[in-house]
Ligand binder design. Structure first.
Ligand SMILES: *[C@@H]1O[C@H](CO)[C@@H](O)[C@H](O)[C@H]1NC(C)=O
Ligand SMILES: *[C@@H]1O[C@H](CO)[C@@H](O)[C@H](O)[C@H]1NC(C)=O
Ligand SMILES: *[C@@H]1O[C@H](CO)[C@@H](O)[C@H](O)[C@H]1NC(C)=O
Ligand SMILES: *[C@@H]1O[C@H](CO)[C@@H](O)[C@H](O)[C@H]1NC(C)=O
Ligand SMILES: *[C@@H]1O[C@H](CO)[C@@H](O)[C@H](O)[C@H]1NC(C)=O
Ligand SMILES: *[C@@H]1O[C@H](CO)[C@@H](O)[C@H](O)[C@H]1NC(C)=O
Length: 576
């Protein structure tokens, strides 16, 4: 990574390592610790944890660690995170299925508390700051908006939970910060007021738990950890000594982050202004409070130029508003924990540079939401049957200069033989491209090039020979009750961009309001909920199949691929 690494946290790390974490339980329940605590202000803490990484879908999985898509965490994952340059980890923990008694004690299984403590130590042993919380409990039992919610029970259980977690973690070093609860639902100002009480109960529980907990940094939360609701309803706690920051989460725009309604394009001035307005709004409400975005991400299935632009802009703008960031990673995201590799190392490098204020040069790509096709300089696409010609790739230099182009694990290209440069535009020569491409070359990824710049992250250019994929069948009757898997022969990238879902009577299968969106979004479904892809098939999810059955009108599903250009799509019809 080119990111400038600081040694800021070294002193604290050494401090952590030099004291054994001995603790003994006082008879009144509060923990007393041997050793000393090195206090740190909330502002210094939040500055020092930037950027952080989330151990998602792990200790927060329901009912247990290992229940979702990740095996139990191992120490080497924290080594990978530290080696990449992250300063901190957020360790979300769900306690819901680990209570061994009910009201009024709400005893947490000691083995589970031990596991949490051990995982926190694994991260600390790698010199990482740690933020840990009570996670999906927010919808398992602590949802103050649920109909008939027993607030007395929620408050009692929440308080007892934090006394016990506080006792268990009370002697950890000041590298450990605590967060009361993840994304607590809130719809009204009343809910917001209840969550202020929850923040207070959390601080009160830390007082009761003893240890170093009243000196420990905490990141308090507002409604849903949404920047607007937090701005509206959060009240600063009074009467507690903890240094505190505010944490919020950011997954906006929803349709781009979660690949809904065909939104694969991002980066217009309006897109940027929306993010900036959100960050400025919460900063404007918390002018002197340290702020951290405890979760944000982009789906790694998205077109790379768009997602890299998003991360660059979001992180750069967070920096502008003096806000630290912690990347969400559910295990299918940034880090492939099994192979110890980052799925998009360039994206990571972009993020680290943005955190440090270093300009990145970025692959240009379509940003216009009303465009009819999506082009991207992260690829050089060549269609089967076409003659090979010179092709260009354009970069937003952002003050840098192009320095070199090389084949990944291969030769450095030479100019003017292989390419020429004009400002931010690289023109790849037909002779060079013909090494990989021809009218009859087998479709697929042919090579990856790395473009380096005078500063900032590298850019990648993938050379792809493509043709329109073919489906193993083109129609069947809609049968509710299960997902429909359709065999596919991919012919280029192993990526699905969007799926249009249009009934034969012209009515959109879902969300007729998408008619107001651009041509690449109208009538498109949502990834994961309505469509998916895997191995050698594409999937129409049960929700979409059922919608066809209940609508009683045959429906055409148009699977769209990259490049998103006219004709790179195939139809499948569900009959009724
Ligand atoms: C609750 O905890 C108290 C204090 O530790 C103990 O005396 C009591 O027996 C516990 N109650 C139950 C129902 O376990
Ligand atoms: C609400 O929770 C409290 C504390 O757990 C309990 O004593 C009370 O019976 C509950 N009320 C209802 C209506 O369930
Ligand atoms: C504070 O947040 C509210 C609610 O989002 C917003 O209306 C207001 O403009 C914000 N204030 C500042 C100074 O940004
Ligand atoms: C960032 O915010 C903290 C408060 O959280 C403040 O102490 C610090 O001076 C700010 N830094 C800049 C560069 O504005
Ligand atoms: C290029 O990189 C992508 C991942 O970014 C990979 O899927 C593909 O196989 C690579 N192509 C070649 C020819 O190695
Ligand atoms: C798919 O079906 C639509 C009608 O829903 C039609 O307009 C389009 O031409 C078809 N595309 C292909 C690739 O057959």
């Amino acid at each position: 990574m080119k990111s400038a690494l600081t040694t800021w946290s070294l002193g604290l790390v050494l401090f952590h390592q030099s004291f054994a974490q001995r603790s003994l339980l006082r008879t009144n329940g509060a923990v007393a610790c041997d050793g000393e605590f090195s206090p740190i202000s909330a502002a210094d803490y939040i500055a020092a944890i930037n950027p952080g990484w989330n151990l998602g879908n792990t200790l927060d999985a329901v009912p247990n660690e290992g229940s979702w898509n990740n095996p139990p965490v191992v120490a080497s994952t924290f080594e990978d995170v530290k080696a990449a340059g992250f300063k901190s980890v957020r360790i979300p923990v769900t306690y819901a299925d680990h209570f061994t008694s009910g009201s009024p004690n709400w005893t947490i299984d000691p083995a589970w508390l031990q596991r949490v403590s051990d995982v926190v130590d694994m991260a600390l042993d790698n010199g990482l700051f740690v933020v840990t919380n009570l996670h999906h409990d927010s919808w398992e039992w602590a949802d103050v908006t649920a109909s008939g919610a027993n607030l007395t029970m929620i408050e009692e259980k929440f308080y007892r939970s934090w006394v016990q977690i506080g006792e268990k973690l009370g002697c950890k070093s000041s590298l450990v910060a605590l967060e009361p609860i993840n994304e607590p639902p809130a719809n009204t100002a009343e809910d917001g007021t209840e969550l202020n009480k929850i923040n207070d109960l959390f601080l009160q529980a830390l007082v009761e738990s003893g240890g170093f907990n009243t000196q420990r940094v905490v990141t308090l939360v507002g409604g849903s950890m949404d920047s607007i609701k937090t701005s509206q309803w959060f009240k600063a706690p009074t009467g507690y000594s903890n240094p505190w920051a505010v944490q919020y989460h950011y997954y906006s725009p929803y349709d781009f982050i979660f690949q809904a309604w065909g939104k694969t394009v991002w980066g217009s001035e309006a897109d940027k202004a929306a993010i900036e307005a959100d960050f400025a709004n919460i900063r404007g409400n918390f002018t002197d409070i340290p702020l951290v975005i405890g979760e944000f991400e982009v789906n790694t299935l998205l077109e790379p130029a768009a997602r890299r632009k998003y991360i660059d802009f979001a992180v750069r703008t967070a920096r502008k508003y003096n806000t630290s960031v912690i990347l969400w990673d559910n295990g299918d995201g940034a880090l492939d924990r099994a192979t110890h590799t980052w799925r998009d190392p360039i994206l990571m490098d972009i993020m680290f540079n943005a955190v440090n204020g270093v300009s990145n040069s970025l692959s240009d790509a379509t940003t216009d939401a009303s465009a009819v096709e999506q082009l991207s300089s992260a690829y050089l696409f060549h269609k089967v049957g076409d003659d090979v010609t010179d092709q260009t790739a354009t970069f937003l230099l952002n003050g840098n200069k192009i320095e070199s182009v090389k084949v990944v694990d291969g030769a450095v290209l030479s100019s003017p033989k292989d390419y020429s440069i004009s400002d931010g535009t690289l023109t790849f020569k037909k002779a060079f491209l013909s090494t990989y491409l021809s009218p009859t070359a087998v479709p697929g990824s042919k090579a990856n090039l790395t473009v380096t710049f005078s500063a900032g992250a590298d850019a990648s250019v993938e050379i792809v020979q493509w043709d329109v994929p073919t489906l193993g069948a083109t129609t069947s009757q809609a049968i509710p009750g299960s997902d429909l898997l359709i065999p596919i022969t991919w012919k280029g990238l192993y990526k699905l961009a969007a799926v249009k879902m249009l009934r034969d009577d012209g009515i959109y299968l879902f969300d007729d309001w998408t008619q107001w969106l651009g041509p690449l979004q109208q009538a498109r479904g949502t990834y994961s909920g309505q469509w998916d892809r895997g191995g050698a098939h594409v999937t129409i999810k049960e929700a979409a199949v059922s919608q066809v059955v209940s609508g009683k009108v045959p429906t055409t599903f148009t699977f769209e691929f990259y490049p998103r250009v006219a004709g790179n799509a195939v139809n499948y019809t569900l009959t009724v």
